[in-house]
Design a protein around this ligand. Structure first.
Ligand SMILES: NC(=O)c1ccc[n+]([C@@H]2O[C@H](COP(=O)([O-])OP(=O)(O)OC[C@H]3O[C@@H](n4cnc5c(N)ncnc54)[C@H](OP(=O)(O)O)[C@@H]3O)[C@@H](O)[C@H]2O)c1
Length: 322
């Protein structure tokens, strides 16, 4: 089958580690299901994998892709939940120390087919296209959990999102504004800030700008470049929810601010299968749809990776199979 895979890893030049070509079709273990993919969406995680982060040499070659939507062998239209937990694990699978994401231990979704534990299949909402549904399992699920499960702030609160056009950032703005939060955004470029406003942000600011007032919560995916601004932007008792550090680890932890203002720093990773089902339902009920920048045939995946690497994408890049 055709697949997009990491053949090696390169921290400096991740695209040099990317290959598009034939890989063996997957076997289906007992209790697992095969999904013929119709669409799969690209995440920053796929770039980290090419750099070797979370993907050691001894697991290569590895088909990339955490997210996908397609049709299982029984003909059901499904979304693939990307968090694979240990069969013995019960409860919130994001807390399973043995969990992995598709493309870390098991082959990913940038291929004709993927196999996953049967419990990882979620019905695709009929209102969403395969392309839209393929954006839900990583960036959109992560945003859902950050905002609705981990932040502890209720609708009506003011929430700052660091970064305007990222996969997670756009999901946060779209979901938060649909749920009645006042969403503020920072962005490095005017054109991306303008698009965030179109998406439902209440106000958009230059990265690092002083805000008109302090906010109840900050959603952090950027790390070093925005961390101090996040800590400075919070009301006393406010919360930073952090799921990523694209620009690197924070150099100053801002500990004085954290204790003096009694800030909460809360980590968040992916989401549960139940949260994925609720996210799908929320999209159906509210009419909110994933923001798709570009749809490409899987064979042209390299172009999508290059744009994500350059920071050129607003929302999601989706790869399709017919
Ligand atoms: N823990 C988890 O489960 C989980 C899940 C999903 C993602 N993540 C992580 O979260 C991060 C974002 O993922 P993504 O898929 O949304 O990535 P993405 O689509 O590449 O988005 C990158 C975002 O970061 C912002 N950004 C990058 N460098 C910046 C800098 N130097 N200064 C200010 N803003 C900067 C961009 O802002 P502009 O729009 O202003 O350019 C953009 O909004 C990644 O590190 C990813 O690995 C973690």
């Amino acid at each position: 089958m055709i697949a997009v895979y990491a053949a090696r890893s390169s921290e400096e030049d991740p695209l040099s580690a990317l290959e598009i070509g034939e890989r063996p079709a997957p076997e289906v273990p007992e209790g697992w299901a095969r999904v013929r993919l119709r669409a799969a969406s690209l995440n920053h995680h796929d770039l980290w994998s090419l750099r070797g982060v979370g993907l050691p040499q001894d697991r290569l070659p590895m088909v990339l892709g955490c997210d996908g939507a397609g049709v299982d062998d029984e003909g059901n239209e499904v979304v693939v939940h990307a968090v694979v937990s240990d069969p013995s694990w019960r409860g919130d699978e994001t807390l399973d120390p043995k969990r992995s994401l598709l493309s870390e231990r098991y082959q990913g979704t940038f291929a004709d087919a993927v196999v996953v534990p049967r419990r990882n299949l979620v019905p695709k909402p009929s209102a969403l296209s395969f392309e839209e549904a393929s954006c839900l399992p990583t960036a959109w699920l992560t945003a859902y959990r950050m905002l609705f499960t981990r932040s502890g702030v209720a609708p009506g609160a003011t929430v700052l999102v660091q970064g305007a056009g990222g996969g997670v950032s756009t999901a946060l703005v779209a979901l938060g504004s649909a749920a009645g939060y006042r969403m503020w955004v920072t962005g490095r470029e005017e054109v991306r800030r303008a698009r965030a406003l179109e998406l439902g942000a209440d106000q958009a600011f230059d990265s690092g700008a002083r805000l008109p007032e302090r906010v109840d919560a900050v959603m952090e995916t950027v790390g070093r470049a925005t961390w101090s601004h996040s800590a400075r932007s919070l009301k006393p008792g406010g919360t930073i929810v952090v799921c990523g550090a694209t620009s690197g680890d924070a150099t100053a932890a801002e500990l004085q601010r954290v204790f003096f203002l009694q800030l909460r720093v809360v980590g968040s990773t992916m989401g549960t299968r139940d949260e994925l089902e609720r996210l799908a339902q929320m999209c159906t009920v509210t009419g909110v749809r994933p923001v798709i920048d570009q749809v490409l045939p899987l064979e042209q995946a390299r172009d999508g990776f290059a744009r994500l690497l350059q920071g050129d994408v607003f929302g999601k890049v989706v790869f399709t199979r017919s």
